[in-house]
Design a protein around this ligand. Structure first.
Ligand SMILES: C[S@@+](CC[C@H](N)C(=O)[O-])C[C@H]1O[C@@H](n2cnc3c(N)ncnc32)[C@H](O)[C@@H]1O
Length: 220
C-alpha cells in the first residue's frame, strides 16, 4: 500500500488506546482479552475496512488488525474513532508479521486472514510474501489446533504461489479454493476488504483459499 508518511503518525498510533502495546502483552494476554470468544487476526490490515465490518457483524468474536506502517494504521484508527457505537471486540497491533511468534507466544488464535497481501512479484523477494513457507510455519505455531487461514487476492501470480506453498506445506490442509469468489458465493457471505472493493470494481476475479491445521471447523 502506497501512502505518504503522515507527520506525527508514529506518536498518534503509539498512544492510541485501541493499539495493544508490547507492555500490555504479558503472558496469557490473548486468552484474557478473548475471554472465551474465538480470536481472529488480519495480517496486513491496511486501513481497516474488513476488520471494522467483521467486528460489527460478529460481536461474539475478538478481532485483531495487524499493520506495519503507522500512517496506514492511523487511517484505520481514525475510522474507528469516527464510529459512534465503537466495537469493543476490535484491537489493533502496530507490528511486523515477521515478529508474530514473539507477539503471540502461545497458540491462541482461531483464524488468520491474509487479504490482498503485497504480491512481491520479483522472485528475489519471494520470501517476503505472506504465504511463503517460513510465514506458514509461524501461523501454524500461533493458531489453535483447529485454527484456519483464509487468503484472498486478485493477483494470479500470488494466488499460484500461495496455492503451491500451502499444498506443499506440512502445516496446512487446503479445504476450499475459489477462482472467482464473487460468482461462487452470495455477497452476504463475504465481507469485502478495501482492496477487494477496488479490484472487483475493475472487473478482476477474486481468488480465495481456505485452509486448516485440522479439518472440520469454520471461520466467520
Ligand atoms: C495491499 S494492502 C491490503 C490491505 C487490506 N488487507 C485490504 O485487503 O484492503 C497490504 C497491507 O499489508 C501491510 N503489510 C505488508 N507486509 C506486512 C508485514 N510484514 N507486516 C504487517 N503488515 C504488512 C502493508 O503495509 C499494507 O497495508
Amino acid at each position: 500500500m502506497r501512502l505518504r508518511k503522515i507527520a506525527g503518525a508514529d506518536e498518534a498510533v503509539a498512544k492510541h488506546e485501541r493499539v495493544l502495546k508490547a507492555e500490555q502483552r504479558k503472558a496469557g494476554w490473548l486468552k484474557e482479552l478473548a475471554a472465551g470468544k474465538p480470536a481472529y487476526l488480519e495480517i496486513g490490515m491496511g486501513k481497516g475496512d474488513f476488520m471494522l465490518e467483521m467486528a460489527d457483524k460478529y460481536p461474539n468474536a475478538l478481532f485483531l488488525g495487524l499493520e506495519k506502517y503507522s500512517s496506514v494504521l492511523l487511517k484505520a484508527l481514525q475510522k474507528y474513532d469516527n464510529i459512534e457505537d465503537k466495537p469493543e471486540n476490535l484491537w489493533f497491533l502496530w507490528e511486523n508479521a515477521l515478529d508474530l511468534a514473539d507477539i503471540f507466544s502461545a497458540a491462541g488464535l482461531d483464524g488468520i486472514y491474509l487479504n490482498f497481501s503485497d504480491p512481491w512479484p520479483k522472485e528475489r523477494y519471494a520470501k517476503r510474501r505472506l504465504t511463503a513457507p517460513a510465514f506458514l510455519e509461524k501461523y501454524y505455531q500461533i493458531l489453535k489446533p483447529e485454527g484456519r487461514v483464509e487468503f484472498k487476492t486478485d493477483n494470479p501470480g500470488l494466488f499460484d504461489f500461495s496455492l503451491h506453498s500451502l499444498a506443499d506445506s506440512p502445516y496446512f490442509k487446503i479445504e476450499k479454493i475459489y477462482r472467482d469468489l464473487h460468482r461462487e458465493i452470495a455477497a452476504a457471505e463475504n465481507v469485502m476488504t478495501e482492496y477487494e472493493k477496488k479490484f472487483s470494481a475493475l472487473g478482476h476475479p477474486i481468488y480465495k483459499i481456505v485452509c486448516s491445521k485440522t479439518a472440520g471447523t469454520s471461520m466467520p
